[in-house]
Design a protein around this ligand. Sequence first.
Ligand SMILES: Nc1ncnc2c1ncn2[C@@H]1O[C@H](COP(=O)(O)OP(=O)(O)OP(=O)(O)O)[C@@H](O)[C@H]1O
Ligand SMILES: [Mg+2]
Length: 240
Amino acid sequence: MSPILAINGLSKQFGGVTALAGVDLAIEEGEILGVVGPNGSGKTTLFNVVTGVHRPSGGTVLFRGQDITGLKPHAISRAGIGYTFQQAMAFAGLGVLENVRIAGEHVGTDSTANPWPTPQALLDFVGLSAVANEKAGVLPFGSLRLLGLALALATRPSLLLLDEPAAGLNDRETTALVGLVRQLPGHGISVCVIDHDMKLMQMLCRRLAVLDFGSKISDGPTEAVLADPKVLEVYLGGDL
Ligand SMILES: Nc1ncnc2c1ncn2[C@@H]1O[C@H](COP(=O)(O)OP(=O)(O)OP(=O)(O)O)[C@@H](O)[C@H]1O
Ligand SMILES: [Mg+2]
């Protein structure tokens, strides 16, 4: 089966900084792929280039075989790639349910062919129905992160990119998040997740890719990657 996303030779320069240096990466249909690497290794930049936030300096991104390189964020979102941000965000002054409803308004015509959960059902899924009518701005941090997941799901993605979804969550919230993310492939949503928490990544991902200084240094089954000498060297004295 061809991958849902095929990244080929992707590079990104910010002035003199090489954030991505020719990355090849495939995300298979139905998998939960993990991307790890030290601070500043290019993980968020990879997502930003795939989702059209930044234009790549070189390389291509194929989504379901179609070239989406350099398209605008709304076009990429419409094509079916959803994204949650490293910083949790929502419209603080609007209600929680209202936020999800608005996020679902700008989806592509293609994706309306399939029935999709209502905003209320998405809130049920992430466990926020009880606060549906609260303003998003009053939510505690953990709930705001879960709302971020509901907002991304409302755009009807077939590929969801999660940038440090568990950052700032306590153990109970992290366990809940793992339970939710694991269900996504069963709903036809492939996942790529960035996180520094290797325990979390081991729970979620059968496969990991590792970035270091903008280059992919390892890619394979999670246990093999975590035992890869090149990976151990990068994390020497670190949190692996
Ligand atoms: N908008 C930008 N302008 C200039 N430089 C940037 C920009 N975004 C990222 N960079 C630089 O690109 C490199 C990669 O950053 P990136 O945010 O992708 O790393 P990361 O792996 O996500 O790190 P972290 O684990 O801390 O989130 C860093 O050197 C960073 O300073
Ligand atoms: Mg980052």
